[in-house]
Design a binder for this molecule. Structure first.
Ligand SMILES: C[S@@+](CC[C@H](N)C(=O)[O-])C[C@H]1O[C@@H](n2cnc3c(N)ncnc32)[C@H](O)[C@@H]1O
Length: 419
């Protein structure tokens, strides 16, 4: 199964402020999965300062964004080893008496960390090896061929580390508990709504903010026609690799926790490997259902769509909005009458702390009201579902969300949706 790009309308606009986002390009899996992409030039310019490459000077915003994220993947090893050197320098500065206390275990640990960084680096290189042609509507081979490595921003390196953790959440055995609490209630609600197995291929599901695509893939595996939508190139590069290049269970290994130097119980916890994928992504039914990923900003990609989907599933997505009402209205518009929307997640508004970007942060009671006022009937609701996000299960620090879950139906337009 190979991903190919299927353009949903490239408009060159800055679709959002996400610094790893692509502007409305998309790619499709051989089995139908397309990703939109939109990457802000604003952020790209941060990383461009030291770029003397003449090739980049002729690139448009889209290409610069693509190349910037690609460069971040390639810069991982340098950046990580540089940080590791700080730890080593600190050790060297300590009095000999103290160094002896830590010998040989601490230096052995640093050596192991270095090996893990080298391994992750190889993995990340493999992930971006084929991205030049991953989009159907646009070739990025020119960007791939820019080999001049530049310092990536701390922001992008942080995104890359988060992406490693997202692999754990979506595609490893270690993420099973998280998927059970985040994805399973949503899947169960959809299965309850659409019990006829034979009719599933005709049920069109959209998963906005699909991350690495596991929920979308799970719907496809169950026989539904499903499209994931995602705008982060970090996510798109990795999901492209997993969905199109992985052909067996536990094929690859990463060391996602090596950058967590705090809250460890043991040296071993920090360097423990995680294997992925926990399933073979090729194991999809041949029932005629489609599976695709569209790349780009959710609001933009579906700006002109109406009554296209039977079901929308949002997991840890609503709070990524600058304006959550835009999300609710878009979901309402793209659903067919009688369509089903299932949501699970917290309200950790992504732009709440931004000094540069506007954001409205509404409490759940208001969000719920808006859902109803937009024309939905809430069929099922639960408040306080415990769930974690890319949790390091062995860490001394454990964040837990008490999520909101609701499943609702789009009412005929004359109804106001009051329950
Ligand atoms: C908190 S993550 C959740 C990912 C996945 N749903 C999960 O539960 O693991 C939110 C995802 O939505 C994506 N995202 C945020 N805003 C988006 C937008 N406007 N359009 C498309 N994707 C978006 C982010 O890149 C990120 O992958």
């Amino acid at each position: 199964m190979d991903q190919v790009v299927d353009s949903k309308g490239e408009n060159g606009e800055q679709s959002n402020d996400a610094e790893d986002a692509v502007t409305s390009q998309s790619y499709t899996h051989a089995n139908g999965c397309s990703h939109p992409q939109s990457e802000s030039a604003e952020k790209s310019s941060l990383d461009d300062k030291d770029c003397g490459s003449s090739a980049r000077k002729h690139m448009d915003d889209e290409a610069i964004t693509f190349e910037t994220i690609l460069n971040a993947f390639r810069f991982y090893k340098k950046h990580s080893l540089f940080k590791l050197k700080h730890a080593y320098d600190m050790f060297c500065q300590m009095p000999e008496r103290q160094r002896k206390l830590l010998m040989p275990q601490y230096l052995n640990h640093l050596a192991k960390l270095k090996d893990c960084i080298t391994h992750n680096h190889s993995m990340l290189r493999a992930i971006v090896a084929n991205v030049g042609h991953m989009f159907e509507n646009r070739d990025h081979q020119t960007e791939v061929e820019v080999t001049q490595l530049r310092a990536a921003s701390e922001f992008h390196m942080d995104k890359l580390r988060s992406t490693l953790r997202q692999i754990v959440r979506d595609w490893s055995i270690d993420g099973a508990v998280e998927r059970e609490s985040c994805n399973e209630p949503v899947i169960a609600a959809v299965l309850e709504r659409y019990p006829d197995v034979n009719a599933r291929k005709d049920i069109q599901i959209l998963v906005p903010g699909a991350g690495l695509g596991r929920l979308a893939w799970d719907f496809a595996r169950l026989g539904f026609s499903c499209q994931g939508n995602e705008f982060s190139l970090f996510m798109l590069f990795v999901s492209n690799f997993i969905l199109n290049r992985c052909v067996e269970v536990d094929q690859f290994t990463i060391y996602p926790w090596i950058h967590d130097s705090c809250n460890n119980w043991s040296y071993g916890d920090q360097v423990r490997p995680v294997r992925f994928p926990d399933v073979n992504p090729c194991d999809l039914p041949k029932t005629g259902n489609s599976f695709s990923m569209s790349a780009g900003d959710f609001i933009e990609v579906f700006a002109n769509e109406r009554e296209q989907f039977d079901c929308v599933a949002t997991v840890f997505f609503l709070d990524t909005a600058h304006n959550i009402i835009d999300y609710i209205e878009t979901i309402h518009r793209i659903l067919k009458p009688g369509g089903f929307w299932v949501n699970l997640g917290p309200l950790l508004y992504h732009f709440a702390d931004s000094t540069e970007m506007n954001s409205i942060e509404l409490p759940y009671e208001e969000v719920r009201q808006l859902v109803v006022a937009s024309g939905f009937r809430i069929d099922k609701e639960q408040q306080g579902l415990p769930a974690c996000y890319t949790l390091n299960s062995r860490s001394m620090l454990q964040y837990r969300y008490n999520c909101a879950f609701f499943a609702c139906t789009k009412l005929p337009s004359e109804s106001d949706g009051t329950v």
